[in-house]
Ligand binder design. Sequence first.
Ligand code: NAP
Length: 279
Amino acid sequence: MTNHRALVALVTGASGGIGFELAKGLRARGYELLLVSSDGEKLAKASAALKAEPGAGSVHFAALDLAEPGAAQSVWAFTTGLGLEVDVLINNAGFGIYGEHAELDPERLVRMLQLNVTTLAELCLSYGKRMKERGQGRILNVASTAAYQPTPFFAAYGASKAFVLAFSEALAKEMEDYAVSVTCLSPGPTATAFFGDLERRGLSNVHFQPAVRDSAAAVAEVGLDALFSGSLSRIVGTKNYWRAWSARLAPRSVVASIAKSMMRASPSGAPAELGGQRG
Ligand SMILES: NC(=O)c1ccc[n+]([C@@H]2O[C@H](COP(=O)([O-])OP(=O)(O)OC[C@H]3O[C@@H](n4cnc5c(N)ncnc54)[C@H](OP(=O)(O)O)[C@@H]3O)[C@@H](O)[C@H]2O)c1
């Protein structure tokens, strides 16, 4: 990319967790930041914290509910209103709903799918189109290791991330002809608010306990390395990598049964929605 203006990165879900760490890493690399998430107060605090980090670029933010239809157009209006071209788009905002699918709150289900799937695809369309016209740009979409196998009790969330994985890898092949890179990042369990009151609600087994969770900062570094090296797809961590790939080699029925036993709530807690306040 050869121009003299500051490069600009748009990060969704930047008010905390992995998104905040991605934004921090981009600021350290000299990027001007455009931050979006739904909670204006959290976002203002995140923006102030980022401004205090080393880096010279401006930090702008907009509180937008990306789980609402039409949200992608609002994001576009925000960035074009500032007169900024987006060089890096990071689709990170997302949440999961844990529990038996037939028992979920239908409204929250639709909001999760809108955020994790539809808004992400729409943002890839609008910003991808512009990047294609300019012949430059990079997109990072955050999926999950949940994308690599069916995830009983987390069925729609896992499927939404399977969409992100397949969609991103396909889009990458379309966009490579225009010098635009698309990268899919698949973190495993990560220590963020995503887990919410998970333990209290029952999913406190050995596979998800705090000791096995990566830090958001470590996940973000892997993501930025994948983004700037133009990788197609990156699973965070060696153990997660081998687990994901062994799931692709074993029969689907076996994988689904193993996943069921891993995802089941512990006897002391009933399956409930992950990140209780979300949605
Ligand atoms: N933590 C894990 O174990 C894990 C594992 C694999 C993949 N992931 C994925 O990583 C991504 C980041 O999650 P995280 O772990 O960093 O969780 P987090 O700490 O809960 O952060 C989620 C971010 O998304 C934003 N967000 C949620 N709903 C939104 C909405 N309706 N509109 C706009 N922004 C919204 C939140 O901001 P507001 O509260 O301000 O809206 C927050 O900034 C997600 O896509 C998640 O699925 C997480």
